[in-house]
Ligand binder design. Structure first.
Ligand code: DGL
Length: 261
């Protein structure tokens, strides 16, 4: 199975991209709802949670892990790669590669406080394309707005305009949606930042890398094609997750309660 974990619901954006780009493969998903959000927590705590989340997925038979959460990708992927002997995919580098390939030189990044203050996007872009200028902004209100379903509310657009104002002033031409939840705000963000700015959704390029990896590793591809239903686990009340999964994935899923760590 392909293991996917996130601090909660948001990683469903990555799971749905796997269903779209890799039909026939089986996914085991863990959403750490009990301890969400990760975006406001310290690096050490996020790492500890990430270790436990990955251990949980391994115990369920994951042969590959996709870290859907940007905050974990920012703080804990190197640690996970040292501690686990299976392929680990993350969402930052694929987004940086995509942004570097489409930008004319000015990239914006939005994410949680944890992701933005880690400086990961700037560091990775500097290594890849030192001439690209990056401006980043934390947008902590976006996650609760998405989870409350406030996507079409005028208040959400006002908040987006305020958050994105510095990026408009910086005249960015490309914007990385550096958080699991932000693809749901795509149309609001587009309105707030302007129609010409290219939006990069890390989930799409992360899964595209996974597609490529599996094409070169047929044994592993066969191992994640096991028959059966996808499995979804969350670490606290399942009802909200079931509702959101139905809306976001367009299908009913069975969700089980579980704890990591
Ligand atoms: N999954 C987190 C991320 O992508 C957003 C939610 C949270 O803060 O836990 O950074």
């Amino acid at each position: 199975m392909i293991g996917v974990f996130d601090s909660g619901l948001g990683g469903l954006t990555v799971a749905s991209e796997i269903f779209r780009q890799l039909p026939g493969r089986r996914v085991v998903y863990f959403g750490d709802i009990a301890r969400t959000p990760y975006g406001t927590k310290s690096r050490d705590l996020v790492r500890r949670y990430a270790q436990q989340d990955a251990e949980f997925l391994l115990s369920k038979g994951a042969k590959i892990i996709v870290v859907a959460c940007n905050t974990v990708s920012a703080h804990g992927v190197e640690m996970l790669r040292q501690n686990f002997d299976i392929p680990i995919f993350e969402v930052v580098m694929p987004a940086v590669r995509r942004a570097a390939s489409v930008t004319r030189g000015r990239v914006g990044v939005i994410g949680t406080r944890g992701t933005i203050s880690s400086g990961i996007y700037e560091r990775k872009m500097l290594q890849l394309s030192p001439q690209v200028r990056i401006n980043s902004v934390a947008c902590p209100l976006f996650v609760p707005l998405v989870e409350e379903g406030w996507i079409g509310h005028s208040e959400t657009l006002s908040i987006a305009k305020e958050y994105l104002h510095p990026l408009r002033l910086a005249r960015i031409d490309t914007l990385i949606l550096g958080c699991t939840h932000y693809p749901f705000l795509r149309s609001v963000i587009r309105q707030a930042i302007g129609g010409q700015v290219k939006l990069v959704d890390p989930a799409q390029d992360t899964v595209a890398e996974l597609v490529d990896y599996l094409a070169h590793n047929p044994g592993l591809d066969a191992a994640v094609r096991t028959p059966g239903q996808h499995e979804f686990y969350v670490s606290d009340r399942t009802e909200h997750f079931v509702e959101m999964a139905k809306e976001w994935l367009g299908t009913e899923v069975v969700v089980q309660a579980a704890t990591a760590g």
